[in-house]
Design a protein around this ligand. Structure first.
Ligand code: GLN
Length: 230
């Protein structure tokens, strides 16, 4: 880190997931990472008076990178879990999510998670969905991919029976390919996203304060509206 930019503040490295729509993904036109999380962390940085340098990677790289103290901040639609909180510090929750199932639009035999025995369910490695499937669906055949895009592609192509993933991400894919995809069942597990820090980082408090200010002054709502508004 060091001085840079107009704020005169420190520059902090921010680890993010390279593809988790609509929270973080590459804007092909600008070559920059964009999405809800990217707007949020940039707004927090501006509020708190520091600069950010975004580095994108596979989701499990964000988790291990934060555990190893390789980055100052991690924002990646990362669910706050007790297990992660043993090795990573989290900000206050900033987004309510959960898990959900998607199947092919033609599928008639999976109506809820009760129908997963013997089915091939795709998800992403190192995520809460993988843990949920291991814990609750030992009779399902779980296929994990390093990126979630591949899981949806296999579902569209009929190579897997279902995808289990985060509600806002599942809804995004279904909204963009309603011809081939549909959601089934209820929200399976409520979750909340938090911004990650190496253990005992002094940044946690500054980021929480900035987040609270943005929630109070409407800055958070503007970003929410931009990515999730009707
Ligand atoms: N919320 C999920 C988790 O924390 C996955 C997030 C993602 O793919 N970026 O495990």
């Amino acid at each position: 880190s060091g001085d840079s930019g107009d704020s005169g503040g420190e520059t902090y490295t921010v680890a993010t997931d390279n593809n988790f729509v609509p929270f973080e993904f590459l804007d092909e036109e600008t070559g920059e990472m964009t999405g809800f999380d990217m707007d949020l962390i940039r707004a927090i940085a501006e509020e708190a008076g520091f600069e950010v340098e975004i580095e994108s990677m596979k989701f499990d790289g964000v988790v291990t990178g934060m555990q190893q103290g390789k980055y100052d901040i991690g924002i990646a639609g990362m669910t706050i879990t007790d297990e992660r909180a043993e090795t990573i510090d989290f900000s206050d929750p900033y987004y309510d999510a959960g898990l959900m199932l998607a199947v092919h639009a033609d599928n008639t035999d999976i109506e809820s998670e009760d129908d997963l025995a013997g089915k091939v369910v795709a998800t992403r490695s190192g995520t809460t969905s993988e843990t949920y499937l291991q814990d609750n669906h030992p009779d399902a055949e779980v296929e994990t991919f390093p990126g979630i895009v591949e899981a949806y592609m296999d579902l569209e192509a009929g190579r897997v029976d279902a995808v289990m993933y985060d509600v806002p991400n599942v809804q995004y894919y279904v909204a963009n390919d309603a011809e081939n995809l549909k959601t089934v069942g209820d929200v399976l597990q409520g979750e909340q996203y938090g911004i990650a820090f190496p253990k005992d980082s002094e940044l946690v408090e500054d980021v929480n304060e900035a987040l609270e200010t943005l929630i109070d002054n409407g800055g958070y709502d503007d970003i929410y509206e931009e990515w999730f508004g009707e």
